[in-house]
Design a protein. Structure first.
Lengths: 234, 113
C-alpha cells in the first residue's frame, strides 16, 4: 500500500524541518508531501534546502485548500492512503500506524486520531471552551448523521482511496475537519476513531484564536446542517 | 414631480447608462453582468418618462405613497442582485482555488524533471 503523509504548513519555519526528520526517523518508507500554503516566512526555502518534498501553493488557500491539494497530489500519484499530519509538531508519529490499521483491514474509509475517545491515553489539555465547542459540534454531527464522533476537530486523520477520489474533487475547504467527517458519514462511508495523544503545540501560534471561536462555531454548525439537508450524493 | 426633481432624476439615469457603457467600452465589465444594470436604467427611465405611471403602480400595489413603493422595490431588487453577486463570487472562489492547486502541483512536477 502506498501511503502519503500530507503536511499542510503555513508559516511553520520553526517546526517543519524537525517534524519531517521525526517522521523519517520513525519510518523511512513513508512518503511525505509538505503543502506550503503561501507562507510568508522561510517554510518554502527550508523545505528546498532540506530536500523535503514540497508543493508551494502560489497563493494562500487556508488549511482546507492546502489539504485538498495534497489529496489531488495523492490521486495523481496513485496513493492508497492519505494521512493528514500537522506541521506544527502537535501530532505524534508513533500513531501513524494506528491510524492506517483500520483502513488496511478494510474496516474504515476514514480514521480520525481522537483525543477524547480514550481519556486514559490522552494527556492533551484543551481549554474548557474548546471542549464545549467540540462537544457541541459532536452533537450536531450526531443529529445529522446519527453517528457519534468524539474528536470532531482533530486534524490527524487518514483516508482511503475512495475518499481520496471523493475529496480531491469535492472537499469542504472552509471548515474541513468537522464538515468533511459529516459528509463522509452522510455518504455512507465508514468513519472510525482511534485514540491518540497529542502534544501541545511546540512553537508558534495555533490558527484558532479565541475571539474567532464564536464565529467559527456558528459557521461549522451551519455547514453541518447544510450537509444534512443536502442529502446523499450516491 | 417638480421640474427640478425630474431633471435631476433624468440626469442620474443618463449617468447610469453612460457609466455602464463606459465600463463596457473599457472592458471593465462583461456583457452578461451589464445586463442587469441596463434593466435598472430602463425602469428608471420608464418611470420618469411616463408621468402618472408611478402613482398608478402605487395605487395598484397598495402602497401608501410612491416613495414607499420605490424604496421597497429598490431594496428588494438590490437584495436579489447582491445574492446573485454572492453566487458569482463563490463560483469564482472555487475556480481560483482549483487554479492555484493545479498550478502549484504542476510547478512541483515541472521542478522534478
Amino acid at each position: 500500500m502506498k501511503v502519503l503523509l500530507i503536511i499542510p504548513a503555513y508559516n511553520e519555519e520553526e517546526n517543519i524541518v524537525r517534524v519531517y526528520q521525526k517522521i523519517k526517523k520513525s519510518d523511512k518508507s513513508l512518503d511525505v508531501i509538505v503543502i506550503n500554503d503561501g507562507s510568508k516566512d522561510k517554510t518554502g526555502i527550508l523545505c528546498k534546502e532540506n530536500h523535503i518534498p514540497c508543493i508551494n501553493l502560489v497563493h494562500n488557500l487556508g488549511i482546507g485548500g492546502a489539504v485538498q491539494t495534497g489529496y489531488k497530489y495523492a490521486l495523481h500519484n496513485n496513493y492508497d492512503i492519505a494521512i493528514q499530519f500537522d506541521g506544527d509538531g502537535q501530532h505524534d508519529v508513533a500513531y501513524i500506524k494506528t491510524l492506517m490499521e483500520p483502513i488496511i483491514e478494510k474496516k474504515a474509509n476514514m480514521v480520525i486520531g481522537s483525543r477524547f475517545i480514550d481519556k486514559m491515553s490522552s494527556n492533551f489539555k484543551s481549554s474548557r471552551t474548546r471542549r464545549i465547542g467540540i462537544t457541541l459540534i459532536s452533537f450536531f454531527i450526531k443529529l445529522v448523521t446519527g453517528k457519534k464522533i468524539y474528536d470532531t476537530t482533530s486534524g490527524f486523520r487518514a483516508i482511503d482511496r475512495t475518499l481520496i477520489e471523493e475529496f480531491s474533487t469535492n472537499y469542504p475547504v472552509e471548515y474541513p475537519e468537522p464538515v468533511s467527517t459529516t459528509e463522509a458519514l452522510k455518504n455512507k462511508y465508514t468513519v472510525v476513531e482511534v485514540p491518540v495523544s497529542m502534544n501541545e503545540r511546540e512553537l508558534g501560534k495555533s490558527s484558532i484564536h479565541t475571539w474567532k471561536s464564536a464565529y467559527y462555531m456558528i459557521n461549522v454548525i451551519l455547514s453541518i446542517l447544510v450537509v444534512g439537508i443536502r442529502g446523499k450524493k450516491k | 414631480m417638480t421640474v427640478n426633481l425630474f431633471v435631476c432624476s433624468l440626469i442620474f439615469s443618463c449617468f447610469v447608462l453612460l457609466f455602464i457603457l463606459f465600463l463596457l467600452k473599457k472592458q471593465k465589465i462583461t456583457i452578461k453582468y451589464s445586463l442587469v444594470w441596463f434593466c435598472v436604467f430602463f425602469f428608471l427611465t420608464i418611470c420618469l418618462l411616463i408621468p402618472g405611471l408611478l402613482d398608478f403602480l402605487t395605487k395598484q400595489l397598495g402602497f401608501q405613497t410612491p416613495s414607499n413603493m420605490v424604496f421597497s422595490l429598490l431594496i428588494a431588487s438590490l437584495i436579489i442582485i447582491t445574492i446573485a453577486l454572492t453566487v458569482i463570487v463563490s463560483t469564482q472562489d472555487k475556480k481560483i482555488r482549483l487554479l492555484i492547486q493545479e498550478i502549484s502541483i504542476l510547478k512541483k512536477e515541472a521542478n522534478k524533471k
